[in-house]
Write a protein that binds this ligand. Sequence first.
Ligand code: HEM
Ligand code: HEM
Length: 130
Amino acid sequence: MGNVISAFWKGVKYKGGPGHYAFILHRLTGIGVALFLVVHIMDNFVILFGEEAFTEVLHLYANPVMRLLEVFLIFSVAYHAFNGLRVIIVDFWAPNSHVQRALWILVWVVVIPITIVAAWFTLAPIFGLR
Ligand code: HEM
Ligand code: HEM
C-alpha cells in the first residue's frame, strides 16, 4: 500500500514547477465543475415536482457547508476559465516560452479578488453580516 501511495504521489508531483501545478489545479477544477453540473441539472429537475419542492431544494444551498462549497465552485469556475485562456494563449502564440509563468501569476491576480468578493457575499450571511 505504501508503495502504491508513494508511486501515486511521485506521479502527482512529476517534475514539479509552476506549470505542472497550474495543470493539476486546472484538471481538479475542471472535474469539480463538471461534477457540480451533474448535481445542478438534477436540482433544476426538481422544478417538475412543483414550486414548493424546488424552493426546499434551493434552501439547501443556504446551509453554511453548502455556502463554503459554493465559494470553492466560484473559485473553480474562475480559475479554470482564466487558466484555460492562459493555456490557449501559450499553446497558440507562445509555445516553449516562459511567459506561461508570468501569465499564471496574472491568473492569480484576477482569480484571488474574484474569490474574495464572492466569499464575502456568500459567507457573510452565515455571520449575520449581510
Ligand atoms: C471559460 C470557459 C473554459 C475555458 C476557457 C476552458 C479551457 C480549457 C482548456 C484550454 C483545457 C485544456 C487544458 C490543457 O490542455 O492542459 C480544458 C480542459 C478541461 N476542461 Fe475546460 N474550459 C472552460 C470551461 C469548462 C467547464 C465549464 C468545464 C466543466 C463543466 C470544463 C472542464 C474541463 C475538463 C474536465 C478538462 C480536462 C482537464 C485535464 O485534462 O486535465 N471546462 N479547459
Ligand atoms: C452557485 C452557482 C449557481 C447558481 C446559484 C445557479 C442557479 C441556476 C438556476 C436558478 C437555474 C435555473 C434557471 C432557470 O431555469 O430560469 C440554473 C440553470 C442552469 N445552470 Fe446554473 N447556477 C449556478 C452555477 C452554474 C454553473 C457553474 C454551471 C455550469 C457548469 C451552471 C449551468 C446551468 C445550466 C446548464 C442550467 C440549465 C439547466 C436545465 O435547464 O436543466 N450553473 N442555474
